[in-house]
Design a protein. Structure first.
Length: 133
């Protein structure tokens, strides 16, 4: 793969798009179940220490959907990635406070965040050159 040349290979572009697409699909589905909100969402938020109402779940769903949409649009993808990193960091902090299992719950936001940034860096040559001159 041509990481340092002026033109990225098709395989590199599609790898980045695939990583980003997986993140976008997952986060859109997560936002969707918060927008409805279904009973397991309310129950799990209560288990994490929230006094959850359908309004709170919807507000989190709208916030997540907005940040995901920013990430999905190439012109605003870096801003979306930064905002989603904050959102996912908050999710990690909540899981830590709740005493959740490390690899399946606490680090899950980190896994999504790593895939999010990997996809963005692979598909965005300008950002890649900025971070890795």
């Amino acid at each position: 793969m041509k990481l340092n040349s002026g033109e990225d290979s098709a395989a590199l572009k599609w790898t980045g798009r695939t990583f980003s697409g997986l993140v976008i699909v997952f986060l859109t589905m997560d936002a969707g179940i918060k927008l409805i909100p279904i009973l397991p969402v309310i129950e799990s938020m209560n288990d994490l220490g929230f006094v959850c109402t359908p309004g709170l779940a919807r507000a989190l769903g709208v916030l997540l959907l907005f940040c995901t949409a920013l990430y999905a649009v190439p012109r605003t993808s870096v801003l979306g990635a930064v905002l989603l990193t904050g959102y996912l960091g908050g999710a990690i902090a909540i899981q830590v406070r709740a005493g959740s299992p490390l690899f399946t719950h606490i680090l899950f936001g980190g896994y999504i965040g790593a895939l999010l940034w990997a996809g963005l860096l692979i598909r965005n040559r300008r950002l890649r050159k900025l971070i890795f001159p």
